[in-house]
Design a protein around this ligand. Structure first.
Ligand code: SF4
Length: 510
């Protein structure tokens, strides 16, 4: 096995396996059919049901497997191993270190021969046995990327446990899991499933920090570190506490996640994880305590799901809502905004912007519609906001062009496009979703960054005027001399190509 933190490069000794390089940019159908023929039809069918596609089937963003890799790398005493083409592993390793993983990514390299003869599976098995040291690890996670999934590398027959170390093999192909957000769910659910079965068989490890007497609410979704604390304060008047956040940071927290009064699906795309909680008999509550309206509805729903008395629910509302209203009023946002992202929290951020006074016109999310974001969708639509699930880059840019906002919040290509047009823009992932969103701390937290960005409009206008059309169209790139436009050449090529196409068609008819 290769440790990519030491050697995150291509493997000179390996030649590309069949199917290499066609996962992202084409050949999806072929890979899907190959995976089904190679024994993965059940997995592919489950992913199709859990992560429905359409109108768009994949956002123009990073490799989906990054979501699973990130969940594995953030978990203590967990080794994460990738099985896939060297180029994919290179990109995934690069991205994970870019986002500060500070952990080794394991890699079992392969070539055409080891892939087709089944030797790759034996190599993975050997690597897992070498890694499974109970002194160091609670779990070893192996992730099949596109090509090994399409080739049917059977991670499901790896031993479930070696010397007390759990072994979890998952397929996370780009042709089956549409977004990196949903890939987080794939690994989180596989771990929850394992932990649930352990708990069903007998006593399990207690949490590392002793839990209090109060029943807890498990929080589903990665969130800003202060948010679980804030949610705990909202729950306290109802005699409840915030439980672990899933994906967890430690194996034993998985048991704590099941040991709850209810699960809050803060991020609404964790479909397979929710199935695990439902199998354990836990109630699921959608939406989140975001803004005044969202917090009120959420506290009612949590109270109802946990059988809390009317007086205690009202006490929780009385403790939280005036503070949230005051925070929102103290930090108003003025301006027209379009918003898009692929983290899954876009609708929640949209609610907060609207409650802060923003004229929000559009919310696009790469994630699919699920029952747990329905209340947010209905609320936003009632305020006149267009909500687009499985939004493509074209949807997001189309909305920006249609609404001419004072601020476009979005993914990197949306932000680039906006800035080129002189529209102030903010990255959703780095600048918006990395802030507290919930309860009193969340209310008003967006105003500073949003208002500062909107106020930068004059700077954008000055820059646009200064640069004019430099670097656009034919003038993009570095030139020794000012390029001379040659429209006649383009015209000539166009005519030649059209003539050639016509000739080929007439030959086909003969
Ligand atoms: S594993 Fe990711 S990067 Fe590699 S082909 Fe599949 S989707 Fe693309």
């Amino acid at each position: 096995m290769t440790d990519t933190s030491l050697r995150d490069d291509m493997h000179p000794g390996s030649s590309p396996p069949s199917g290499d390089g066609i996962g992202c940019h084409g050949g999806k159908e072929e890979l899907r059919k190959a995976a089904e023929a190679a024994g993965k039809s059940e997995t592919i069918a489950r992913y199709a049901a859990d992560y429905p596609v359409g109108p768009h089937d994949q956002p123009q963003s990073m490799c989906p497997a990054f979501g699973s890799l990130r969940v594995g790398l953030r978990m203590r005493r967990t080794a994460t191993v990738l099985s896939g083409s060297a180029c994919c592993v290179y990109g995934l390793t690069f991205t994970s270190h870019f986002y500060g993983a500070r952990r080794s990514v394991g890699y079992v390299p392969f070539n055409s021969e080891t892939l087709v003869t089944g030797k790759l599976f034996e190599d993975i098995r050997d690597a897992v046995f070498k890694l499974a040291d109970p002194e160091k690890y609670d779990a070893v996670v192996v992730i099949n990327l596109c090509v090994p999934t399409a080739s049917g590398v059977p991670l499901q027959i790896l031993p479930k446990e070696i010397a007390g170390v759990r072994v979890i093999g998952i397929d996370v192909p780009g042709f089956g899991v549409p977004t990196h957000a949903e890939a987080k769910d794939v690994l989180a659910a596989a771990m929850l499933n394992y932990a649930r079965r352990e708990a069903e068989q007998g006593p399990v490890q207690a949490p590392s920090t002793p839990r209090g007497d109060r029943p807890t609410i498990t929080l589903l979704g990665e969130m800003f570190p202060a948010d679980p604390v804030g949610i705990g304060m909202l729950l306290a008047p109802m005699g409840l506490a915030a439980g672990p956040a899933v994906p967890t940071r430690e194996w034993r927290e998985l048991y704590g996640a099941f040991d709850c009064a209810a699960v809050a699906a803060i991020h609404p795309f964790y479909k397979a994880s929710i199935r695990e909680f439902e199998a354990a008999g836990r109630a699921i509550v959608g939406s989140a305590p975001v803004g005044r309206d969202g917090t009120e509805t959420w506290l009612e729903a949590i109270g109802g799901a946990c059988g809390i008395s009317r007086a205690m629910i009202d006490a929780a509302k009385n403790a939280a809502l005036p503070e949230i209203s005051a925070a929102l009023a103290a930090a108003p946002i003025n301006g027209r905004i379009t918003l898009s992202g692929y983290e899954g929290s876009e609708l929640l951020v949209g609610r907060l912007l609207v409650e802060s006074g923003a004229d929000l016109r559009y919310v696009g999310t790469a994630c699919p519609r699920t029952p747990w974001s329905d209340a947010d969708r209905a609320w936003l639509e009632a305020k006149g906001v267009r909500v687009q699930y499985r939004a493509s880059l074209e949807h997001d840019i189309g909305a920006m062009e249609e609404f001419s906002p004072d601020l476009a919040i979005g993914t990197t290509p949306v932000v680039q496009k906006a800035k080129a047009k002189g529209i102030p823009a903010l990255y959703f992932t780095n600048l918006i979703s990395a802030r507290p969103l919930f309860g009193g701390a969340g209310a008003g937290s967006l105003a500073q960054v949003v208002n500062a960005a909107i106020a930068g409009k004059a700077r954008f206008d000055a820059m646009r005027e200064f640069f004019d059309d430099v670097g656009e169209g034919d003038k993009a790139g570095i030139w020794q001399h000012t390029p001379v436009p040659r429209p006649e050449f383009r015209d000539k090529f166009r005519k030649a190509t059209a003539a050639q196409t016509k000739k080929r068609k007439s030959e086909e008819m003969v």
